[in-house]
Write a protein that binds this ligand. Structure first.
Ligand code: GAP
Length: 536
């Protein structure tokens, strides 16, 4: 991390703590690694991102419905999905202080700067031994690399003999309930089921604030497609095909790896989704047992959901220059996947995944059919036979979305000037959050404490609070109040002053420009609606 980036990153963590966004849980007991609490501002930001996501992926579409499944599912769900056998990380501990435990791949990648996807425990062990990699905390020898299952176990019932798991992804509730949701929603293929909720992973080394936590939130969509239509996406139009994005595909990365270049050194190539399909960059790939590509065909549904994922992120204020799609290389692919793309954000600590968009084919429904003995296939009236739908899954991490929007919107501006009651040259923090996700949309500020203007301010606040999340602040200088509002990204502030008693108007001040305008108080609710709804 460059020192500039490091400063910004530290400042955002401080802001998050000081302004009630997120902080480690149980802080009075020194925190608990990997678990976080949302404060008053954070919970609004979280709900707004969830709302924006639900609106984009569910409410505005007539081919997607929602559900909200249990956190603890029948344990067989996780046997069927493959998690019980495969959801593991490779762990290595310090021989001197065994509580110093690390993901073996992370230790090696950080020390040697090489990609280790798909390596066996023995291969990782060899790299550690040959390169004399030591405990990153105390410099002692590292022990044996072994497997560590990252699902949290719990026991259910009084006898506590029944082992169950906290769900490591929300997706499986959707697959397990597929028949029920399809029947009750009366949807036919293609259609999607969406869910937002908690997921839990016993990460060996939670890190980078909430980026890798042990309890987090996912926003997932499983989109079910008739297998005969898996190469025909009826929603992929000129708008989507003509849109550009940055792609770092499997082949480029494999080539870079051969040349021993660092995979993350490549920013990706800009092309339209149409070109990405034409060149089979976005493709449905079949592999042999040794993960060699056997065949590939351009995958329009995958391209479509990549495009929608990008659209969503730009709609909540992320600049496309800070986003790229990176495809999983064969060794990195999940057991169920025919191709997976990560949407990555340019974090201060490098390009990192914020969304995984996987082609899960018919793996999950087939597995649940097998393990439950209930047929998950769908009857095709025209063919007079059952077919097993294939699935494209955009899977968003909410905490990573929050980190991305905080980093993207964080700014310091020189002397918010006399406005902020400070001399020029002072820097003030401002979050240029998209209006749709700003935790507080409007703040009402009576300039003086005299009863008449305070009453006008209160009356206006009462009116506005039914429309939007609003705040009222009457303490401190007006400059300090503006500065506090800017720090949590309030898009507009309304000041009521003595003149308001005679001109029946108030001053609207815009966060991003600090420009001010005088508006009749009776026009303010409409004006605020225009401002909040018209822009991002
Ligand atoms: N159902 C597919 C699935 O869970 P994933 O790539 O493992 O795929 C999806 O996770 C998203 O969940 C990631 O892109 C990331 O945003 C988020 N995520 C995964 N593990 C996380 C963790 N430990 N902490 C915070 N977010 C996480």
């Amino acid at each position: 991390m460059s020192s500039n980036n490091e400063n910004k990153y530290d400042e955002i963590i401080n802001l998050s703590k000081n302004r009630g966004i997120l902080e480690p849980t149980s802080e009075v007991y020194e925190g608990f690694a990997g678990f976080f609490d949302y404060g008053p501002v954070g919970v609004e930001l979280k709900k707004n991102i969830e709302k924006a996501w639900w609106r984009f992926f569910v409410q505005m579409r007539d081919d997607v419905v929602g559900m909200d499944g249990a956190i603890i599912l029948h344990p067989t769900v996780w046997k069927a999905s493959g998690h019980v056998d495969r959801f593991k990380d490779q762990i290595v501990a310090c021989t001197k202080t065994p509580s110093h435990k690390f993901r073996a791949d992370h230790v090696i990648e950080e020390e040697l700067g090489i990609a280790t996807e798909g390596m066996s425990n023995d291969e990782l062990q060899k790299l550690i031994t040959e390169n004399k990699i030591k405990c990153p905390v105390c410099g002692s020898l590292l022990g044996e690399v072994s497997d560590f299952r990252t699902m949290f176990e719990t026991s259910v019932g009084a006898e506590s003999s029944l082992i169950a798991y906290l769900r490591p992804e929300t997706a499986q509730a959707i697959f397990a309930d597929f028949r029920w949701v399809k029947r009750t929603s009366r949807k036919s293929l293609p259609f999607g089921i969406a869910q937002i909720g908690k997921a839990f992973r016993n990460e060996i080394s939670p890190r980078n604030f909430v980026f890798r936590s042990r309890e987090f939130n996912q926003m997932e969509l499983e989109y079910f497609i008739h297998p005969d239509q898996k190469f025909e996406c009826k929603y992929l139009g000129d708008k989507e095909l003509g849109k550009s994005a940055r792609f770092l595909d499997m082949r480029t990365q494999l080539k870079n790896m051969e040349q021993k270049e660092k995979k993350t050194g490549d920013e990706g190539i800009s092309m339209t989704f149409g070109e990405a399909l034409e060149k089979k960059v976005v493709a449905w790939r079949e592999f042999d047992a040794s993960r060699k590509i056997l065949s590939e065909q351009s995958s329009p549904w995958h391209a479509y959901w990549l495009c929608k994922t990008l659209e969503f992120y730009t709609s909540i204020g992320i600049n496309e220059n800070n986003l790229r799609f990176r495809e999983h290389v064969p060794d990195e692919l999940s057991h169920y996947s025919k191709a997976t793309w990560d949407l990555e954000y340019r974090f201060p600590f490098g390009w990192k995944e914020i969304v995984g968009i996987a082609n899960r084919s018919d793996y999950d429904l087939k597995q649940h059919s097998k393990f439950s003995n209930k047929d998950m296939s769908v009857y095709d009236e025209a063919k007079k036979q059952n077919v097993m739908p294939v699935v494209i899954e955009p899977s968003f991490g909410l905490e990573r979305a929050i980190m991305a929007v905080l980093i993207e919107s964080y700014d310091r501006r020189e002397g918010a000037g006399k406005d902020a009651g400070k001399s020029a040259g002072d820097e003030k923090v401002v979050l240029h959050l998209a209006n749709s996700i700003a935790p507080v949309k409007v703040i009402v500020l009576p300039l003086e404490k005299k009863p008449e203007p305070v009453k006008i301010a209160h009356d206006l606040f009462e009116k506005l609070k039914g429309m939007y999340m609003c705040d009222f602040d009457e303490s401190g200088s007006i400059g300090k109040r503006y500065a506090r509002a800017d720090e949590i990204g309030v898009p507009v502030a309304i000041t009521i002053d003595n003149e308001s008693l005679t001109d029946h108007a108030a001053t609207i001040r815009y966060r991003d420009t600090t420009k001010q305008e005088r508006v009749p108080i009776s026009d303010i609710p409409d004006k605020i609606s225009q401002i909040i709804n018209s822009s991002l």
